[in-house]
Design a protein around this ligand. Structure first.
Ligand code: FES
Length: 103
């Protein structure tokens, strides 16, 4: 595992899912205040791009734009079918202003 910078806090708009790539991994990045959550961008159901989905602030989840399963940004677990598998969650470290993802 390596820590890879995906940018600075200012590169990510609060509450707006954003696509990023690091070390060949496709990532969905969601900044919430001074915290940043990163999950795999590919929905485990049918590989829709989760960064094109909606951030659900009340549930701290990302909603798949294709079939609507919502994945916890903390555990990766889906709330309801059709997705049944969790999406991978990547550990994030904020170092000063840098956003580092463990991939
Ligand atoms: Fe995401 Fe179907 S592709 S729930």
């Amino acid at each position: 595992m390596a820590q890879v910078s995906i940018g600075t806090l200012g590169d990510f708009e609060d509450g707006r899912p954003t696509f990023a790539e690091a070390d060949g991994e496709r990532l969905c990045v969601v900044r919430v205040g001074d915290r940043v959550h990163v999950v795999c961008d590919d929905c485990p159901h049918a590989e829709a791009s989760l960064s094109e989905g909606d951030f659900l602030a009340d549930d701290l989840a990302i909603e798949c734009p294709l079939h609507g399963s919502a994945f916890s940004l903390e555990t990766g677990d889906p709330d309801a079918p059709p997705a049944t598998e969790a999406v991978r969650v990547f550990p994030v470290t904020i170092d000063g202003d840098d956003v580092l993802v463990e991939v």
